[in-house]
Structures are given as structure tokens and as C-alpha cells.
Ligand binder design. Structure first.
Ligand code: HEC
Ligand code: HEC
Ligand code: HEC
Length: 365
């Protein structure tokens, strides 16, 4: 008994000694500067294996089991594609578009994703895009509480492996001739033209946006558009899609863009089922006193304040997505957002659906 205890204690001491020697060795090795951190050199094979396996296992371990939304929804895929073009393609490339050489020389270098996506499950793709990857240069999502946006990117990634260059270009850029047309515009009119064409990728001036989840800007009050862009820029309105776009704008560009979109005519009405339009009209004009819900038109109608948005002509998907965002606790960081949060919380799912159809179907004009 006594002997075996002694042997055990000795074993523990030896192990502790070895661990200490290892730690001291690691510190001395780091301090010596012998390890070459040059990205141009590549990782030794053993380190590559270690990092790759660690990354795979960590993503599998941490990605939760929250059920994904319907990833075949075309509005999600189109929004994901449009964001990918601006937010991911510079590092990862895209069908018909090589990786920017600067990012190609990162270590690890961002892989072309078409071949990598099938390795991951939906929830794992979602987790990587939401949280990013440490020590790899893969950034986390920039909008807090915007899991809905992250799912849009995951929905697009799912489709990426089967996408050829033409399909991708049509989906990610729509009709906007961004980079190709912008060199001349850039020289002639300066940066604002570049930004406008970048906006047109998502906010078309004459056609419906590529995804129902993108708001129509035409005919919104100039004051509201300016406020919205400033809020994205100042991190007061969370969106991993709009915040990076707005961060690159200055005051005068924001004013010009707001002028431009405010001057366009209100978009034409969408199709909406008459039954829902009828139920929605009642809520819009009278509210629902039982739930303490004020009439929407009192703030969103023709006589609304200049920094309040108009709802007429907005899509069902966009109206529903914003009301759900408020119900989840998002978009409430500003006094105006906080006001709407109170209202959205009082609405039932049916009321949200009905009133969204009313405004999308031409109500409120
Ligand atoms: C600044 C460059 C950069 C940007 C921007 C970027 N990534 Fe990455 N991403 C990386 C790097 C580097 C890795 C490789 C990490 C590794 O291998 O450990 C990576 C890895 C990934 C992976 C895992 C690939 C695999 O199987 O190894 C996915 C998925 C991914 N990125 C998606 C995206 C999406 C979607 C976006 C846009 C929302 C994006 N990335 C934006 C640099 C970037
Ligand atoms: C990749 C697609 C994309 C691009 C590019 C883009 N937007 Fe957006 N925009 C969106 C989405 C999606 C939203 C809704 C975000 C949210 O939920 O807050 C939005 C919201 C907005 C809003 C708020 C509208 C409202 O009704 O509250 C304004 C204003 C706006 N964008 C202006 C611009 C301008 C100006 C540009 C170009 C500089 C631009 N956007 C580029 C997708 C895009
Ligand atoms: C007391 C005034 C008030 C009432 C009543 C009101 N809203 Fe709003 N609503 C606002 C304000 C202010 C904003 C802008 C919030 C912001 O800037 O974040 C807004 C924004 C919205 C938006 C986002 C629009 C966009 O372009 O992003 C939707 C959707 C919306 N309201 C729906 C409704 C509905 C549906 C009702 C009726 C049930 C309603 N609102 C009633 C004040 C009101």
C-alpha cells in the first residue's frame, strides 16, 4: 500500500516536472525568436494538421443545434449572394472571380469556398459566419442580434458549390454594372458614383430589389434616409450588411445619396391577397385598442414626420423582418427605434402578416 502510494507520488512529481520543463522550454523558444512567423513561409506540416483539426473540431463542438430557417427561400439566397459579393468575395473569391492576391498571401489563406462548403453542416456554416475564426483573419459578423442576416449568407453558401459564374453574377450583382462601369464614373464624378453603383447592387432605382428582405428606398423622406445611414455608420442600428457599407460614406455622400433616393417616385404596389389586405387596412387605420395598438397611419401616413419612414410599397418580407427584429430586441437603440419596439411587441403574428400585406399591396398611398 505504502509502496504503491510512493510510486504514485513519484510519478506525479515526474509528470509535473516534465510539464514545467515543457512550459519553460516553450517560453524560451518564443523568447528566442527562432520560430519564423513569416506568412510567406507557410506552416510546418505538423502545425497545419494541428490548426486544421483544432478548427474543425471546435466548430463542430460549438455550433449549437438551433433549427435553421428554410434555406431554400429565394429572398434569403439573393440577400446572401449580394452581401457575399461585397463582404466575402474579396477574400474568398467567387465563381468567375479570383481571390484578391493580397488576401491570397495571408496565412492561412482564405480558401475558395465552393469546394469547402460541402464539408460543413448548415449550423456549422452559420456558426463560422456569425463568430469568425480566431488567428485566421476570418472576421465575425458585424451586426449584433442579426442571426437572420447570417442565415441569409449560410443559405447562399449552401448553393455556392453548384453555381457557375453567370448565375453567380446575375444573383450577386443584379443589373448593376458596378466595377466594370465605375472606372470612368470614378474619374468623372468621384467616389459618390462608385458608392451609388455599389448601392444599386441591392437598392435598384427602378426595379424591385433582388431580395424581398432589402428595403425600397425610392420615395422615402430625405431626412429619414439620412438618419438611417448615419445610424448604421455610428453603430446605432445593427446590420452586418448595411454597417460596413455606411462606414465607408462621409457626410456629404450620405446627403447626396439620401437626396437621390428621396427624389425617386414611390415604387409600384406588389401583389397581395385581398383578404389579408382588408384585415391589414383595419389595423393600419384603426389599430387594435384591445392590445393597445395605435393606428400605423398616425405615424406612417402622408402627414408623418420627416424622419419617420413610409411603409407604402415596401415588401411583405421586409416589413415582417423588421417587426420580428424589434420583437427579438433588435433595432431599439435609438429613441425612434425604441418607440417602434413597444408597438411591435403588441402585435400578433397574424396582425403582422396582415398589415405587411396591406402596405405591400398598395395601401397607405
Ligand atoms: C479578411 C479576409 C476574410 C473575409 C472578409 C472573410 N473571410 Fe472567411 N475565411 C478567411 C480565412 C483566412 C479563412 C481560413 C481559416 C482557416 O483555414 O483556418 C476563412 C474561412 C472561412 C470558412 C471556412 C472554410 C473552411 O472550410 O476552411 C468559411 C465558411 C468562410 N470563411 C466564410 C466566409 C464568409 C461567408 C464571409 C463573408 C461574410 C467571409 N468568410 C469573409 C478570411 C476571410
Ligand atoms: C448587399 C446589399 C446592400 C447594399 C450593397 C446596400 N444596401 Fe442598403 N440595405 C440593405 C439591407 C438588407 C437593408 C436592411 C438592413 C436592416 O435590416 O437594417 C438596407 C437598408 C438600407 C437603408 C435603411 C432603409 C429603411 O427603410 O430603413 C438605407 C437608407 C440604405 N440601405 C441605403 C443604402 C445605400 C445608400 C447604399 C450604398 C451606399 C446601400 N444601402 C447599399 C442591403 C444593401
Ligand atoms: C407612434 C408612432 C408610430 C406608430 C403608431 C407606428 N410606427 Fe412604425 N415606426 C415609427 C418610427 C419612428 C419608425 C422608425 C424607427 C427607426 O428609425 O428605427 C418606424 C418604423 C417602422 C418600420 C420600419 C420601416 C423601415 O423602412 O425600416 C415598420 C415596418 C413599421 N414602423 C411598422 C409599423 C406598423 C405595422 C405600425 C402599426 C401597427 C406602426 N409601425 C405604427 C413610428 C410609429
Amino acid at each position: 500500500m505504502v509502496l504503491s502510494r510512493r510510486i504514485f507520488l513519484k510519478g506525479v512529481l515526474i509528470l509535473a516536472g516534465l510539464a514545467l520543463a515543457g512550459a519553460v522550454g516553450a517560453v524560451l523558444f518564443a523568447y528566442s525568436g527562432l520560430y519564423n512567423v513569416a506568412a510567406s513561409r507557410g506552416h510546418p506540416l505538423w502545425l497545419n494538421w494541428f490548426l486544421e483539426t483544432g478548427m474543425r473540431r471546435s466548430v463542430q463542438f460549438h455550433s449549437g443545434d438551433a433549427p435553421p430557417p428554410d434555406l431554400s427561400d429565394p429572398a434569403l439566397i439573393a440577400l446572401g449572394a449580394a452581401h457575399f459579393q461585397g463582404g466575402c468575395a474579396p477574400c474568398h473569391g467567387a465563381p468567375g472571380q479570383p481571390i484578391n492576391p493580397v488576401y491570397e498571401h495571408m496565412l492561412p489563406s482564405p480558401p475558395s469556398l465552393s469546394g469547402h462548403v460541402p464539408r460543413w453542416e448548415d449550423r456549422e456554416l452559420f456558426w463560422i459566419v456569425e463568430h469568425g475564426l480566431q488567428y485566421a483573419g476570418m472576421p465575425a459578423w458585424s451586426g449584433e442580434n442579426r442571426q437572420d442576416e447570417v442565415w441569409a449568407v449560410a443559405a447562399f453558401l449552401r448553393r455556392l458549390p453548384e453555381m457557375d459564374a453567370k448565375t453567380y453574377q446575375a444573383l450577386a450583382r443584379g443589373n448593376a454594372e458596378i466595377e466594370r462601369a465605375s472606372a470612368a464614373q470614378f474619374v468623372n464624378t468621384g467616389r459618390s458614383a462608385l458608392h451609388l453603383t455599389a448601392c444599386a447592387r441591392c437598392h435598384e432605382h427602378d426595379a424591385a430589389p433582388p431580395s424581398g428582405l432589402v428595403p425600397r428606398l425610392a420615395g422615402q423622406p430625405q431626412t429619414y434616409l439620412k438618419r438611417a445611414l448615419n445610424e448604421y455608420r455610428e453603430d446605432k442600428r445593427q446590420s452586418g450588411i448595411m454597417e460596413p457599407v455606411a462606414a465607408s460614406l462621409d457626410e456629404s455622400q450620405i446627403a447626396k445619396l439620401a437626396d437621390y433616393y428621396a427624389s425617386l417616385p414611390t415604387p409600384p404596389a406588389n401583389n397581395a391577397p385581398p383578404g389579408k389586405v382588408f384585415a391589414g387596412k383595419r389595423i393600419a387605420l384603426e389599430g387594435d385598442p384591445k392590445r393597445g395598438l395605435p393606428p400605423c397611419e398616425s405615424c406612417h401616413g402622408a402627414a408623418a414626420l420627416a424622419d419617420y419612414p413610409r411603409l407604402a410599397g415596401q415588401s411583405v418580407e421586409y416589413i415582417v423582418s423588421q417587426l420580428e427584429l424589434w420583437r427579438r430586441g433588435g433595432r431599439a437603440q435609438t429613441p425612434q427605434g425604441d418607440l417602434m419596439a413597444e408597438i411591435a411587441e403588441r402585435m400578433s403574428d397574424e396582425q403582422i402578416d396582415a398589415v405587411a400585406n396591406y402596405y405591400a399591396g398598395g395601401g397607405g398611398r
